[in-house]
Design a protein around this ligand. Structure first.
Ligand SMILES: Cc1ncc(COP(=O)(O)O)c(C=O)c1O
Length: 389
């Protein structure tokens, strides 16, 4: 796979490039889009061929017979993550933001508290608040540029009104792959406060060498409160196909979720399922290995530049292609460093405060783009902060 190929995505109804100017004021013709979490790469040939098969057939009716899709999920989870999944546990939602909102709807009531360890993926808070639930922000500890959890503080924050925890593993935006011990502590926290534990593991395939992701489902004493969420969409860059796997081992939780899915009329998108079935295969796995190696080099190049600019610090990523850069050391007001990134460097990057408490001095840069663009972004950032060097 040629990850170096520059593919012009402008004018293709593409959020990342076509919404860059309206949202960030970064010019479409000269700007670099490094915000929303999709990649500027085509998916593997096995996915393209499956889609081509649909186009060649040319009839786009309702999807039926999901046996191959369910078997593909089972194969992937067991072979890539050492986790045995029963087919009956699997639901398909229209992506994992939809999966999160379905969980909020199924397992909590209006007014309930839903706990997040912030800063964290911004859509969680958005759907929780939009559903009339209360976002309870438990702040991660920034321990010399690495996020850790402080359960004494979180225990003290609980009021008894909380009914759910949405946990991001691996962590977006900090890039942490949580250790087994940390996962066990998260599970114990959920048990102590009787919270349904929704574990969003959408980034679980994009883990860099030297680190190993553990599915929350492999932690003891958590199955009866656990909802696992995984997807092909980040891994294979097919987010527009909007499909996600919500996997629920516990029969009672499963029945509640199934009832809400029925009530909301959620049924699968045939394009998403055909692509996902193709992706979860040995060919797909080989492509992911190549991709991770490429992203690993991108993060090294990006971090080396960013960390060479006095006052800027990029968190070492163990997973994800989302570099989380702290500008605190510049002493600048956020409006100043944001202006330099957007107006001087002409880079669109996510604003830290949208990720919740703890994100105030950060910006998030998506480095899943051809190497030449990462290098160009580095040159521009060096230039935009040249007075600090
Ligand atoms: C943690 C996390 N969950 C969910 C999503 C989005 O999922 P979907 O496109 O399936 O709604 C993202 C996208 O960046 C994410 O980072």
């Amino acid at each position: 796979m040629d990850f170096d190929e520059i593919i012009d995505r402008r004018g293709t109804h593409c959020a990342k490039w076509d919404k860059m100017e309206p949202i960030y004021g970064v010019p479409a013709d000269t700007g670099i889009a490094m915000w929303v979490a999709d990649m500027d790469f085509r998916p593997p040939a096995v996915v393209q061929n499956a889609l081509q098969g649909m186009l060649d057939h040319g009839v786009y009716g309702y999807f039926g017979d999901d046996s191959k899709y369910l078997a593909a999920i089972q194969w992937w989870m067991e072979n890539r993550h050492g986790w045995k999944v029963d087919q009956d546990w699997i639901f398909t939602t229209h992506g994992l933001v939809n999966g999160t909102s379905m969980c909020v709807d199924a397992f909590t009531k209006p007014g309930d508290g839903v706990v997040l360890f912030t800063p964290v993926y911004h859509a969680f808070a958005r759907v929780i608040s939009a559903a009339g639930r209360k976002v309870v922000e438990c702040e991660l500890v920034n321990n010399k540029g690495r996020y850790t959890l402080d359960f004494d503080a979180y225990d003290a924050q609980m009021t008894g009104n909380e009914t759910m925890l949405v946990f991001c593993s691996p962590h977006n935006p900090g890039g942490r792959v949580w250790t087994k011990d940390e996962l066990a502590q998260v599970a114990a926290f959920a048990k102590r406060h009787d919270l349904v534990l929704v574990s969003d593991e959408i980034h679980h395939d994009l883990v860099f060498p030297g680190t190993k992701h553990t599915p929350m489902a492999l932690i003891d004493d958590v199955q009866d409160r656990l909802v696992m969420m995984t997807a092909t969409t980040k891994t294979f860059n097919i987010a527009g196909s909007h499909s996600g796997n919500v996997i629920i081992p516990d029969p009672a939780l499963r029945a509640t979720f199934a009832a809400r899915m029925n009530a909301m009329g959620v049924s699968p998108n045939s394009f998403g399922l055909v692509m996902a079935t193709a992706a979860y295969s040995p060919e797909g796995a080989a492509w992911v290995d190549e991709l991770v190696a490429y992203l690993d080099d991108n993060r090294r190049i990006f971090d080396a530049t960013v960390n060479s600019i006095p006052g800027l610090q990029s968190m070492p990523l163990e997973s994800t292609y989302l570099a989380w850069v702290d500008f605190e050391g510049t002493g600048m007001d956020p409006s100043e460093f944001t202006k330099r990134v957007e107006q001087n460097a002409e880079i669109a990057a996510n604003h830290g405060p949208t990720f919740g408490k703890g994100g105030e001095t950060f910006m998030r840069f998506n480095i899943a783009t051809p190497r030449a663009r990462v290098e160009e972004a580095c040159t521009r950032l060096r230039e935009a902060f040249s007075d600090l060097q």
